[in-house]
Design a binder for this molecule. Sequence first.
Ligand SMILES: C[S@@+](CC[C@H](N)C(=O)[O-])C[C@H]1O[C@@H](n2cnc3c(N)ncnc32)[C@H](O)[C@@H]1O
Length: 281
Amino acid sequence: MSADPKPATHAYRVTPRADGRQERRLLSDKLQARLERQLTDTIAAALTRLQLMPTGGSRELAAWIGEFFRLHADSPAGENPGGSGVNDSLWLFVIARALAPNRIIESGTHRGHSAWIFHRACPETPIDTFDVDTGKLTWSHEKLRAHQGDWTATIGSDPANAEALVFFDDHINHARRVAEAHARGFRWLLVDDNFAATQVHATGGPPLPSLAMLFDPEVVPGDEIAWSRNGKNYAWTYTQEAEYGARELIESYTPLPELGEITRFPTGSGLSLVRLAAPRA
Ligand SMILES: C[S@@+](CC[C@H](N)C(=O)[O-])C[C@H]1O[C@@H](n2cnc3c(N)ncnc32)[C@H](O)[C@@H]1O
């Protein structure tokens, strides 16, 4: 009998990058094309329901998705720890491109990754980004204005706000952000971290309530929402005051489909598109 065969080894070739960064091209051409086709199908179905498909249909959408993959790895924020990952970034890119807003406002700058994605989706659109600490921002551009502090101190009501897009990625109460945006005449919002009450442990410092909690008939005033994360216990009591009357201000809201099932990048953060009711006369 012969000696044990040598253990099998992997047959692939490995060529590490000197800078350790993600390649601009994720997969070999044929596989990348297949991945982008799968993403196009899923995103097209959602955009069709939202009546946001581009005039050029799936062919134009596929071109946007290809463009996103060619530019994504160049983000000045790098891998963007603590901020939007690949799946949510693709949604931010596609929704901004589809809406073609006259202005973009973001609360939650962090390293500036999501603002950069918006800029690449809508290069001519002015962007105002807000954070309590703008010191982490990694890029600058004449179209980008970074503000330190809460967005409500700077942005007022304006009829033109109806054509703008606001992205809330600051982990603040979604109902409060909805009320603030509605009072200023905004109609289109993207909110991140829209986790259900049963998923509240999924992010540090979750928005309380999230829109998912606000519309959950099983979450009622007086309920304790308690969870454990990274060795700490947290608790918050749901109250009617925390709702800010926001339910009546929302015409519709749509959680955007999870793309991680297709890309296998880490799952996104419950990104949701919100259409607010028209301002009161
Ligand atoms: C998850 S990070 C934002 C990630 C970023 N949008 C991205 O995708 O790359 C959340 C940020 O919200 C900021 N933040 C916390 N409270 C805030 C507030 N009241 N207004 C604006 N930003 C706030 C935090 O400092 C943090 O940088």
